[in-house]
Design a protein around this ligand. Structure first.
Ligand code: FES
Ligand code: FES
Length: 215
């Protein structure tokens, strides 16, 4: 009922309601569909089924996680296929699209271009670790719901992680500064204006939550 009333206020269509619910459903975990074709191609590269890995411990989303990791394995692969954290997406798998962005010690990195063995002493933060344990979304995630950014949402977790990292050192960016800060992320649906509006709203939410004095 509340949705219908909100719809009337926004002048949206019922189709938009289901989209809103879809976005809310995937935003915390980034559970968008991944490519089966990619999986088959990558299995050969990463030696799926090979047991020649080494058991290591990673710090992921504040938890110690054990994984059997091949020496040539990328962090994106480990997160998705060893630890089940599929919110980190794989698009290009060669450092071009930003879909796989995670934070390493608070700095955004393309996880498809980082070997898992090299991050054993670092804190890894993925989209699954952003929300509070009580389910309260991160201010950036809330900004996306508020502004209805993103279409298919495949690129969404990468944009969110890049923004969270950028805003840690630039809490009050102009629109063009934020655009520059996330310029390493691509959106195949090309909804950049709406994405930026959502992330700017998220940045404002963050300042409110963190009580940043803008002078
Ligand atoms: S999947 Fe890592 S940059 Fe595209
Ligand atoms: S919203 Fe579809 S790729 Fe960005």
């Amino acid at each position: 009922m509340a949705d219908r009333q909100e719809l009337r206020l926004l002048g949206d269509t019922p189709k938009a309601v289901s989209r809103r619910k879809f976005i809310q459903g995937v935003i915390a975990g980034g559970a968008a569909v991944s490519s089966a074709a990619y999986l088959f191609r990558s299995s050969a590269v990463h030696g799926a089924g090979d047991t020649g890995g080494r058991l290591i411990t990673l710090n992921v989303n504040g938890q110690r996680r054990r994984a059997d990791v091949m020496k040539q394995e990328t962090l994106a692969w480990t997160l998705r296929y060893k630890l089940g954290l599929t919110g980190t997406k794989l698009g290009c798998d060669r450092g071009e699209c930003g879909a796989c962005t995670v934070l390493l010690d608070d700095v955004p990195h393309y996880s498809c271009s980082v070997l898992t063995h090299t991050v054993r002493d670092q804190k890894v933060l993925t989209i699954e670790g952003l929300a509070n344990p009580d389910g309260t979304l991160h201010p950036i995630q809330q900004g996306i719901i508020d502004e209805q950014g993103f279409q298919c949402a495949f690129c969404m977790s990468g944009f969110i992680m890049a923004s969270v990292g950028f805003l840690k050192t630039n809490p009050n960016p102009t629109r063009s500064e934020l655009a520059h800060g996330i310029s390493g992320n691509l959106c195949r649906c090309q909804d950049y204006d709406k994405i930026l509006t959502s992330l700017m709203r998220g940045a404002a939410n963050m300042r409110e939550v963190n009580h940043v004095d803008l002078g």
